[in-house]
Design a protein around this ligand. Structure first.
Ligand SMILES: [Zn+2]
Length: 272
């Protein structure tokens, strides 16, 4: 069977579903994480009414597989914003009211599992092994434009005293430059938004005949994190494109409105 294991991620197959884990994050026993693959589906807020049972069941099975408590999970209502919230002791739940309009979560509370949903957008999982703090960030193209990735680094500095040079960032599966085709209006937003990059044009491939642009958001997020102070070796790319791998990944581009959502989960274990 098709398997996405590569130098940075390992594909695991459980009795319920398959999922990916980053080799680098598996080095830390105090941490748990995963990126789910099909058939697991955590849905979206708009499909919650129709698919609540599937989503709840998926979360239950994820918890089982990660050997954590279902009650540990917290999931925000994502809106492609650049809003990041710190999760405190006891702040939990699926789509709780206090997490409306939120696309990033940070915490240092053991026994907390941060869960966000993805269907082509870029998951950024952060870990600070010194301060024992984590972040889970939803960086779609709007979030990338708003630099939510570097805002997460700033936020971890402010909240936990994290040093950028200690931070590890794992970039989950997302729509990559092979498939992220946009029209001139979006290209222009990116060109203006990243005009401070030394050579933004190296992140773009043009199809002049069709007047389309392919933007490399993987490279943009990597450069953003590098500029925020992360070390090259601490920025780890899953190297998986959700559209190329839509047999295993939920993809909005590939499956349109019917598409499900993958979960990216990161959490800190409670000491025994
Ligand atoms: Zn692709």
């Amino acid at each position: 069977m098709h398997n996405l294991t590569n130098r940075n991620v390992i594909q695991m197959d459980s009795e319920h579903s398959s999922y990916l884990q980053f080799r680098r994050l598996l080095e830390y026993p105090g941490l748990f994480h995963m990126i789910t693959l099909k058939p697991w589906d955590v849905g979206t807020l708009s499909t919650w009414e129709k698919k609540e049972e599937t989503a709840r069941n998926t979360i239950k099975e994820i918890a089982e597989e990660l050997q954590t408590d279902e009650q540990a999970f917290v999931r925000p209502c994502q809106t492609h914003s650049d809003h990041i919230r710190r999760i405190g002791e006891g702040e939990r739940g699926i789509y709780p009211d206090f997490l409306a309009d939120t696309d990033g979560l940070v915490t240092d509370v053991p026994g907390t599992a941060l869960l966000l949903g993805f269907g082509d957008c870029t998951p950024l999982l952060f870990y600070d092994p010194v301060q024992k703090a984590i972040a889970n960030i939803h960086s779609g193209w709007r979030g990338t434009l708003a630099r939510i990735g570097s805002k997460a680094v700033t936020r971890m500095q402010e909240e936990f005293g994290s040093r950028p040079e200690d931070l590890i960032c794992c970039i989950g599966p997302h729509i990559r430059s092979c498939h992220f085709e946009v029209d001139e209006d979006v290209y222009r937003m990116f060109a203006e938004g990243f005009s401070d990059f030394a050579d933004f044009e190296t992140f773009v491939r043009r199809d002049a005949a069709r007047n389309k642009y392919f933007i490399d958001t993987t490279a943009i997020n990597t450069e953003m994190l590098r500029l925020a102070g992360l070390k090259e070796e601490n920025i780890i790319d899953s190297e998986v494109c959700t559209v190329c791998e839509s047999s295993l990944c939920h993809s909005y581009r590939a499956e349109k409105a019917a598409s499900g959502r993958m979960a990216a989960v990161i959490g800190i274990r409670k000491p025994e």
